[in-house]
Design a protein around this ligand. Structure first.
Ligand SMILES: [Zn+2]
Length: 70
């Protein structure tokens, strides 16, 4: 399991993914949030982060329920 997750984690942390495009985000908070949602390169990463967060929450919740049953 660790062998399959490590390349995915490294890919997600690589600068090419983190820096979706050249340039800076100095438009202000509201404009930056709109930009992050409207631009596909940012939206994909945000979507992946949301899916991973929900998956991690469900995993921890199930693991905790199994531990409490024993
Ligand atoms: Zn951007």
């Amino acid at each position: 399991m660790k062998q399959t997750l490590l390349p995915v984690i490294l890919l997600l942390l690589s600068p090419a993914v983190v820096l979706a495009h050249a340039g800076e985000h100095k438009q202000g908070l509201i404009s930056t949030i709109g930009h992050l949602i409207a631009e596909p390169d940012h939206a994909i990463v945000l979507g992946m982060a949301a899916v991973l967060s929900v998956g991690a929450y469900i995993f921890v919740k199930k693991r905790k329920a199994q531990t409490e049953r024993q």
